[in-house]
Write a protein that binds this ligand. Structure first.
Ligand SMILES: [Zn+2]
Length: 235
């Protein structure tokens, strides 16, 4: 590992809240990653007891910017193939891209439903079926539009000696969050996935209300969604 980044009070507190536990090999269809397990502590913290993961490929501690994805858990999208959002396609696209380069890191943060939890996310989906968009639904339930917290990224990345990212994201808030944490974002790598009839309005809302950078491509009419394999997941 290279020299550690300068620490401050916040980082020290985070370090105490995050315990590194163990690792194993994780073969995937694209590459054999190393899977690292962390447990979050902290009395009274909403994240206490959560188990977070990092998937690492290649030498990420050499000081050069690292291709990276900071992915928040979306069980419906990541596991259940939901087409309501773009999470599953972004997860797969990021892992494919890291595998292509032979080097990178994916942090898998257990903050389901932009931080509101799985059951509340399903409540929000129900409200969306009654006409709310993804932001309005969260607000109607009494949550912020985006309740995610990225503070743990710093101790997780420091564990692997990663100090500068080529971050795969469309979300400017995520870039701002990394910068505030003292993590350099050397480059933003767009992570654009296919729109479909079910996620088109959701993606438009993320662009209009949450500032996500979704261009190109242009919006696809709901009845003309491309076949999943027609274009690459990552552009
Ligand atoms: Zn999702």
């Amino acid at each position: 590992m290279p020299a550690t980044a300068p620490s401050d009070t916040a980082a020290s507190a985070n370090d105490q809240q995050l315990e590194y536990v163990t690792s194993c090999a994780l073969p995937t269809p694209w590459a054999q990653f190393t899977l690292h397990a962390f447990i979050e502590h902290g009395t009274g913290s909403p994240g206490a007891g959560k188990e977070h993961l990092a998937m690492v490929l290649g030498d990420v501690g050499d000081g050069e910017p690292v291709l990276a994805r900071v992915h928040s858990e979306c069980l419906t999208g990541d596991v259940l193939f939901s087409q309501r959002c773009d999470c599953g396609a972004q997860l797969e696209g990021a892992l494919r891209r890291i595998a292509e380069e032979g080097r990178g890191i994916l942090l898998y943060l257990r903050q389901e439903g932009r931080g509101i939890g799985l059951v509340n996310k399903i409540r929000a989906y129900r409200l969306q079926e009654a006409g709310a968009d993804t932001v309005e639904a969260n607000l109607q339930l009494g949550f912020h539009a985006d309740a995610r917290n990225y503070e743990l990224c710093r101790p997780m990345l420091e564990r692997f000696g990663v100090r500068s990212l080529r971050l795969m994201t469309n979300n400017p808030r995520k870039i701002d969050a990394m910068t505030r944490l003292g993590i350099a974002v050397a480059e933003r790598v767009p992570l654009l996935v296919n729109r479909n009839a079910y996620n088109n309005s959701y993606l438009n809302t993320k662009q209009a209300k949450l500032g996500h950078m979704m261009t190109p491509p242009a919006a696809v009419p709901a009845d003309q969604a491309p076949a999943p394999a027609a274009t690459p997941d990552v552009i």
